[in-house]
Design a protein around this ligand. Structure first.
Ligand SMILES: [Zn+2]
Length: 460
């Protein structure tokens, strides 16, 4: 059961003392038994094999020799491509594998010369006509580095950063490509993350220019260890970084209106994070998605930033507490301390649980309807009811809409009401001044879309 269900009872009692709610609360969250099976099929052994194979290429530095068949970034890329192609065969050819290859112009200091950058991309097309143009991306970077950012020769095992993410992503592709989803899922291993997010930026900007509907992007980067530098183990926690207001000099009028009305925590990346957290609670209840309201950690970046900059909702999974002796370090022993990003510091059972969280979230998102469009809250007059409206969804399996809300100071949805197939609803006795509302679309199997913040609407 979702945690907001218990919060619902407490908060509902407090809010409705004066007036009983004229609404029926939503049915308890409905499980999709096939998502349970997807989660169960994620294999720690397969994930471990991937991490060890990627480490075996010695270095996957973007500037390393890409023609060597045994080591370097080219060998790693060929292997990832072959893995996707094997899965494609096993899925009857439904998984479409391609290389997104381009020449990155010099961009000192991290890209000193013209450099070929190749993303390995596998697309699982959506099965529903109304949803197949809606795309979810799950990504990880297959390049690695040692201490010096441009050292293309030293060993750079990159077991946690980011063979862990690639292994999780490949395992999702293996398990999910045998199944049907309404929306399209893109599984992606990008290069040149360590050289300035070049691979992800190229793909994201191309998607923006082609007006592709990227409804959500998840990067898995450093997701392999629950052990902090001081030895503390947080076995059941993964962090999810989610940006708030887009950090642009000139925000569009609609964004300014959202901020002026208290919607600063309700831009699409945080709605995406809430949906991911909800799916994890339902299908992987022993894992806690610790949502962090921040683009990323201080001094660090990741491929989700390239998608955010291109205008797409994007979030980042990272392990609960990082050990910097095991990241971006030459492999060596110093004062009895082992440095280096080695597979012995990856916990494959933990990493499999992070992959399960991803699987639950992606499967739910790709089977749910699109988030409703044109969600508005009427502000024609001063009143204590709240009138919400939205445009009708087009999916044939739509069951209706769910209005969710929470205290303005609360991070996650606390209450909800299912309102059926309508495009307007008045929440009686609950003022838009006092809570934050959202509207979700729900299908007949219970999959819910991320919520949408209502824009104020004043009829003339
Ligand atoms: Zn990384």
């Amino acid at each position: 059961m979702r945690t907001w269900c218990s919060a619902f009872l407490i908060a509902a009692a407090a809010l409705t003392q004066a007036q009983p709610p004229p609404m029926t609360p939503p049915a308890p969250a409905v499980r999709d038994p096939d998502i349970d099976r997807i989660v169960a099929e994620i294999s720690p052994q397969a994930i471990e094999a991937t991490v060890r194979t990627l480490v075996g290429f010695q270095t996957r530095h973007t500037l390393s020799d890409s023609n060597d068949p045994k080591q370097g970034i080219g060998a790693a890329r060929n292997w990832i491509q072959a893995e996707f192609e094997r899965m494609s065969q096993e899925s009857g050819g439904r998984l479409q594998v391609e290389l997104d290859r381009f020449t990155q112009r010099p961009s000192p200091p991290r890209i000193p010369r013209h450099t070929e950058v190749v993303n390995v991309v596998a697309t699982l097309p959506g099965r529903q006509a109304e949803s197949k143009d809606r795309i979810y991306v799950v990504s990880a970077h297959y390049d690695s580095r040692a201490t010096a950012p441009n050292d293309a020769d030293s060993a750079a095992p990159g077991a946690d950063d980011d063979a862990s993410g690639v292994a999780a992503m490949l395992e999702l592709a293996r398990v999910m490509s045998k199944r049907d989803f309404d929306a399209t899922i893109v599984f992606m291993a990008v290069a040149a993350e360590e050289q300035g997010l070049q691979g992800a930026r190229h793909w994201a900007e191309n998607a923006r220019d082609r007006k592709r509907d990227i409804a959500g992007m998840i990067t898995n980067d450093i997701v392999g260890s629950p052990v902090a530098a001081d030895g503390t183990v947080s076995r059941n926690v993964v962090r999810l970084f989610a940006e708030g207001v887009p950090p642009q000099k000139n925000l569009p009028e609609a964004d300014l209106t959202q901020i002026k009305t208290g919607g600063e925590n309700d831009f699409p990346p945080r709605q995406l994070a809430r949906a991911i957290r909800g799916a994890a609670e339902l299908y992987v209840p022993h894992m806690t998605v610790r949502v962090v309201y921040r683009r990323d950690r201080y001094l660090r970046g990741g491929d989700h930033a390239a998608f955010l900059d291109a205008g797409f909702p994007a979030v980042r999974f990272t392990e609960p507490s990082e050990n910097y002796a095991h990241q971006h370090q030459d492999v060596r022993v110093e004062d009895g301390v082992q440095y280096g990003d080695l597979p012995e510091f990856v916990d494959f059972a933990y990493l499999a649980d992070v992959a399960r969280v991803n699987a639950a979230a992606l499967a739910t998102l790709a089977r749910a309807p699109a988030s409703p469009d044109n969600v508005e809250v009427e502000t024609a007059r001063l009143e204590n009811d709240t009138e919400l409206s939205w445009s009708a969804n087009r999916e044939p399996d739509l069951a209706g809409y769910r209005i969710v809300w929470r205290e303005t100071t609360a991070p996650f949805w606390e209450q909800a009401v299912d309102v059926g197939v309508v495009t307007k609803y008045i929440v009686k006795g609950l003022s838009k001044d006092d809570v934050v509302f959202g509207v979700e679309a729900v299908d007949t199997a219970g999959h819910a879309s991320p919520a949408v913040y209502p824009k104020p609407y004043r009829p003339r």
